[in-house]
Design a protein around this ligand. Structure first.
Ligand code: ADP
Ligand code: ZN
Length: 291
């Protein structure tokens, strides 16, 4: 059986064909322009392929409530052309098959929980630190939704004493995303994030912010595994810094081997690498088919 997968990002839409075992057989990357052109190109890719369901994980905010009249659409976004666009309705015009729809980070969390670092666990949290920051959570075996969907990248955190940068978030200025996403790093330090050397003080500050977010997620959700992806996390030296800061901030309050000094198996890189989103979309397609 073949399934369709779409990872919808602000700069590119990656479409794939895969199996119910999470194997990706074919893929294409389409630049994100207008919804009509982008989804039109995506539908051209899927045309004539014998897919039985499609899963789509997309940038948002989006309406993920199946009872809502706006289900399957992008809600209000600063991204030109996309506010209110009905993605699922567009896809249904071409394919009258089950369609799974969720946020990009929820989808990546589902991918890692199904075939990746959190396989076999009942809960996990997937965080991306890239152009923006977001996180998706699985609790008691299910993706977390609510009034809309969680927006864990915009939480409010304590400022690092050495950081006077005003913040980059257009809504909140110095929320987590405003202080720690890639564009904030570049704006604060005046150079590309990947050009800052490993010993730059940027990384101590960055790990302090990411660790605070993780501590909040740990205290609220108690995930069994934390997976961090996104462009900024290519700086893999951040992982030990983050683990250490998490231990410091928790200060022994949560007693679990996950937080012991030598545990580097709790806060980890995506086991699916760059495929977490696309594999997650396959898993969403499976859920839509109820298999
Ligand atoms: P997106 O979030 O748009 O899907 P990415 O996850 O690739 O895309 O994140 C892009 C951000 O990550 C940019 O702000 C970029 O500066 C940053 N980034 C990409 N590669 C690196 C790297 N090697 N080191 C540090 N930052 C990086
Ligand atoms: Zn914000």
């Amino acid at each position: 059986m073949l399934l369709g997968a779409i990872e919808g990002g602000g700069t590119k839409f990656v479409c794939g064909i895969g199996t119910a075992d999470g194997e990706i057989l074919d893929r294409i990357s389409i630049p994100t322009t207008t919804p009509e052109a982008t989804l039109g190109n995506a539908m051209d890719f899927f045309a004539a392929k014998e897919i039985q369901a499609i899963g789509i994980g997309t940038f948002g905010p989006i309406d993920v409530n199946p009872q809502s009249h706006a289900y399957g659409s992008v809600t209000k976004t600063p991204k030109p052309h996309w506010s209110g666009y009905r993605i699922v309705e567009h896809l249904k015009r071409y394919f009258d098959i089950p369609i799974g729809f969720d946020t990009d980070v929820n989808t990546a969390a589902l991918g890692e929980a199904t075939w990746g670092a959190a396989a076999g666990l009942n809960s996990c949290l997937y965080m991306t630190v890239g152009t923006g920051i977001g996180a998706g959570a699985i609790v008691e075996g299910r993706l977390v939704h609510g009034l809309t969907h969680p927006e864990m990248g915009h939480i409010l955190i304590r400022r690092h004493p050495d950081d006077s940068y005003e913040g980059h978030c257009p809504f909140h200025k110095d929320c987590l995303e405003g202080l720690a996403a890639g564009p904030a790093l570049e704006d604060r330090w005046g150079s590309k994030a990947f050009e800052l050397g490993d010993t730059h003080s940027a990384w101590e500050i960055e790990s302090y912010y990411i660790a605070q977010a993780l501590v909040n997620y740990i205290l609220i959700l108690s995930p069994e595994k934390i997976i961090i992806g996104g462009g900024v996390m290519n700086q893999s030296h951040l992982f030990p810094l983050i683990r250490e800061q998490v231990r410091k901030l928790l200060n022994g309050y949560v007693q679990h081997p996950a937080f012991s000094d030598d545990n580097d198996n709790y806060i980890v890189q995506p086991a699916l690498g760059g495929n977490a989103g696309l594999c997650g979309a396959l898993a969403l397609a499976k859920q839509a088919l109820d298999i």
